[in-house]
Design a binder for this molecule. Structure first.
Ligand code: C2E
Ligand code: CA
Ligand code: CA
Length: 564
């Protein structure tokens, strides 16, 4: 197809074909300002120009009565020539019968002589050119140039057609995505990225080529497929993973798929793929699973999540988010003394009831809302410390959780300092818990942030220690003030020898890097005594108290006062 589309601010080209010089001149003057105008004196000359022009014309204005080759003859030639038939033609006549016959011969419109006002002529020309260009854009966008898969519109169209042929057949909607694909582009360049996408599209064609398969690449690194139903997709994408592995050795880059099996053909195509995409996105970052299947439960969970996302702002304004406090006791003295507390968020939803952080923290971490929530908790906690100081005359430092998302906020330190200032507190009164696995994500980046925070006087506790796979080497170099042993070790320490040995090992590591330890999830006296024997300094858990609302926490304050 010829390239006559109007693009990049270039003027559209119009060819005026008329044997009368005066007519050419009048029309030319009308159009000169807005278009690049060329002229021909008869059909033969026009045809030569059309054939030789590399870029073609956006419109041909054609007189009918001309010597050498008439307008009608040229019109027939153009409309029967594949290379030229995409160009619109407006015929210029002075008599009715000629108008009718030219339209029959394929003219797109006509202009009567003598000419109307320039505005009318220009409007007619514009309309026809627009019409043609819109069509040509649609025609051109049938296939994605890179992978030769269909574009979204055509994909939908072909699916509707397939559904129409055979209503009884079963199809699956499949969505594939490459985790961290941007890293390929960043590290190996866009050409390599493109090559991988092409290769994947080809491989998909081979995998599904036997049956019905309609493919599309709606954007970047997403592939959508509409295929004959299969009971299982186990191992189906192994080939793709191998293909990807050939190009890049990065472990985080991998293929994951979401499948909506036996699609309900009564729901729109879009919705079918939303289902598959939901299943696909749910296993983002979960390296144990390559394929995930859409289900009703998944959908319900998603609706629940949407609800939570919708309601978070109201929850903050209405005070439905409540910060609870769980005491931490120093156990090397007798009796144990209150040393500090951990702030833990609770959501008292007016309609859904009490929601545990396990339900919404991971969700808000995945979409960034966690920052808003954490800032709220920090503020509340700081105000609470202030209140206890003022009303009870005791200082109970509170540890707040700092999500991995917060860590990369360049304003983190300023925000924290601001909160302290508002409440006239010093940094060691608001301690920061950072989960161990965040260190494993990006040890260098995190170390830099932590260094800075410590420089400002904050105390950093490494949370959930033992679950994040830090190397021993990393532990000895990382800047922290407290190690917090994960409760999974405590739970079993008096049940199996291995857990007990692990707790001892953590104590030794802490001793080696000279930081105190906190054991969380301590529920009974036997655990407490074992920990005390191993030299653990601080204990948090149901043995002392569950997390409680601030008004219930006051009963612990007397202990703190006594210990001062
Ligand atoms: P975490 O930071 O490891 O918090 C400790 C969790 O253990 C809390 O669960 C606490 O209630 C629970 N726990 C404490 N002692 C015991 C015990 O003796 N036995 C048992 N079985 N459990 C005990 P919770 O409050 O449900 O919080 C779960 C997780 O949600 C927290 O784990 C933390 O990762 C996250 N979270 C809670 N509040 C916040 C917050 O404000 N911001 C952020 N970013 N995360 C939070
Ligand atoms: Ca914590
Ligand atoms: Ca923890």
């Amino acid at each position: 197809m010829s390239e006559f589309a109007y693009s990049k601010g270039l003027k559209r080209r119009i060819l005026i074909v008329d044997d009368e010089e005066i007519n050419r001149e009048i029309l030319g003057n009308m159009l000169n300002d807005s278009y690049e105008v060329s002229y021909a004196e008869n059909g033969a000359e026009a045809l030569k120009m059309l054939r030789e022009s590399a870029v073609g014309f956006s419109l041909i204005l054609l007189d009918l009565l001309m010597p050498v080759m008439s307008g009608e003859a040229l019109l027939d030639t153009i409309k029967n020539d594949e290379a030229l038939s995409g160009m619109p033609v407006i015929v210029m006549t002075s008599e009715k019968p000629a108008e009718v016959s030219s339209i029959r011969h394929g003219a797109d419109d006509f202009i009567t002589k003598p000419y109307d006002s320039p505005e009318v002529i220009i409007a007619r020309c514009e309309r026809i050119m627009q019409l043609y260009e819109d069509n040509s854009i649609i025609r051109r966008a049938e296939k994605d140039e890179l992978t030769d898969l269909y574009t979204r519109e055509f994909f939908h169209e072909y699916i509707r057609q397939t559904d129409g042929y055979d209503e009884a057949s079963s199809e699956d909607a499949v969505v594939l995505n490459i985790d961290h694909f941007h890293m390929v582009n960043e590290m190996f360049g866009r050409d390599m990225g493109d090559e991988i996408l092409r290769k994947l599209a080809d491989t998909l064609g081979q995998i599904f080529g036997d049956g019905r398969c309609i493919g599309c690449r709606p954007d970047a690194d997403y592939f959508y497929l509409y295929v004959d139903h299969r009971d299982s997709y186990d191992g189906v994408f192994t080939e793709l993973s191998e293909e990807l592995a050939k190009y890049s050795q990065l472990p985080k880059i991998r293929i994951r798929a979401g499948v909506y099996q036996n699609v309900d053909k009564h729901i729109p195509v879009d919705e079918r793929f939303d289902h598959a995409k939901l299943a696909c996105d749910r296993i983002r970052g979960d390296y144990t699973k390559q394929v995930n299947y859409y289900s009703k439960e998944l959908n319900d969970a998603d609706l629940f999540h949407e609800r939570l996302i919708n309601d978070i702002d109201d929850a903050i304004t209405n005070g439905d988010l409540v910060v609870f406090y769980q005491p931490k006791y120093g156990i090397q003295s007798d009796p144990p003394v209150l040393r500090s507390a951990e702030a833990l968020i609770r959501w008292k939803h007016p309609e859904l009831g009490m929601i545990s952080p396990g339900e919404f923290i991971p969700l808000f971490e995945s979409n960034g809302l966690i920052q808003k929530l954490d800032h709220y908790v920090w503020r509340q906690a700081a105000a609470q410390i202030r209140k206890w100081k003022d009303e009870y005359g005791v200082t109970v430092p509170v540890s707040v959780n700092v999500s991995r998302v917060d860590i990369y906020d360049p304003e983190l330190e300023n925000s924290l300092l601001e909160i302290l200032k508002e409440n006239r507190l010093s940094p060691e009164e608001l301690m920061l818990e950072i989960t161990e696995s965040a260190y494993a994500d990006d040890a260098k980046g995190l170390t830099d942030v932590v260094d800075r925070l410590r420089g400002s006087g904050f105390k950093i506790e490494m949370d959930d220690f033992g679950t994040g796979y830090s190397s021993l080497n990393m532990i000895t170099t990382i800047p922290i003030d407290v190690l917090k042993i994960d409760m999974s070790f405590i739970r079993n320490m008096n049940k199996d020898e291995k857990s007990r040995k692990l707790v001892e090992l953590v104590m030794e590591i802490a001793d080696f890097i000279k930081v105190p330890t906190v054991a969380e999830g301590v529920e009974d006296l036997s655990q407490l005594e074992a920990l005390k024997g191993m030299g653990c300094q601080i204990v948090q858990g149901y043995y002392f108290s569950k997390p409680v609302p601030p008004e219930d926490f006051t009963r612990f304050l007397a202990d703190a006062k006594a210990a001062e």
